[in-house]
Design a protein around this ligand. Sequence first.
Ligand code: SF4
Length: 423
Amino acid sequence: MCSPTRSDPCWSSPRSASAPRSSPPPDSAFSVSDRSPRPPSGHDLSVVARLADRVAVMYGGRIVEQGLTANVLGDPRHPYTRALLDAVPAAHAKGTRLSADTASRPGPAPAPDGCPYATRCAAADDGCRKALPERDSQGALCWYPAQPVAVTLRVPQPARHDGAPGEVLVEADAISKRFRAPDATSYYAVREVSFRLRAGETLGVVGESGSGKTTVARIVLGLTEPDAGAVRFDGGPWSGIPERSRRAARHRIQAVQQDPLGSFDPRFTVERVIGEAVALTGPRRGRERRAAVTELLDRVGLPAALLDRRPLELSGGQRQRVAIARALAPSPDVIVCDEPVSALDVSVQAQILDLLDDLRRDTGVALLFISHDLGVVHHVSGRIVVMKDGRVVETGDVEEVFAHPAQEYTRELLAAVPGGALA
Ligand code: SF4
């Protein structure tokens, strides 16, 4: 997919000569397949691609592009639609950045009747900021709609690997965990799961809801004890020991969760949220602690101006960056990322995935990356564990598993990726 730059022919249509003047499709013409009686809405493009016959892309309170899903997602005209698709991990080779630089460099604000996307659009000019054109034949609201290009939502073919992993940090050996169901029966949430996580690598754990991924995360974090099997951390026992024996090393395994709000005290400022994590291994108070917090904010791409804000005053992307800064504060060896981007829209998701990957490369931290999204797991992971009904059904090099899945379940998961994962 091409990127929105001035030199790109996508943006070369002069306003007066090529701005299309066809009649706009009705804004309410948003229909879906017969399977659903109501139009779906959301930020997950793969779900929209699978369920909707027609799609409306919104930005700044306006529908900026709409039409048949195959046309809009297969041949996007509006820069925002193109940026959204360009941020989907499945559209990128591994090791490449997902987020556009423009996302963090806002331009001048547009006039009330101007293009709402002008603050982020690389092709914006004064005319864009003053007024909007009529929609083009595909329903795109843009003075410089892209020329047709082929865009496909699909899982990429195998690409390069990213460095040799280091020593084993976390070793799960045949761990099992049973829970009691409301009807007093018990069931296995996790059954005989084994894997190794090495320093500096990202190990992806993928599976549907209820496959046991989060229970694995809790066991690795030392929040849930396995009923059978064992977890070792850095060569020593991590499960089956009293909490006081884990305490000295607790800061070495941190977590980033799907909903950071749930783990923040809403009364605390950003400085206090991160500062308490800094105090685990660093300065406990005063100017030194504030400087450490400010440095962490900078590392995750946030300004010091947010120090006095509270979590509810932040956007979803900012909150997840604060959660990552807090996880990094005690210089951990391992971060367990449990669905860290599934609540974010696709462009913010891209920024967070890039940030996690940058931090892994810079610090050597190992990531246990849990997600239901195969495209995301493929993009960030070197190795993968596929789970179903509490068991590991397949594990190995992510490229090998994606290219030659040995199990039917893995093939089904891959086949469910829009665009045909194994084409
Ligand atoms: S109209 Fe908006 S989206 Fe289109 S080129 Fe101008 S700023 Fe970009």
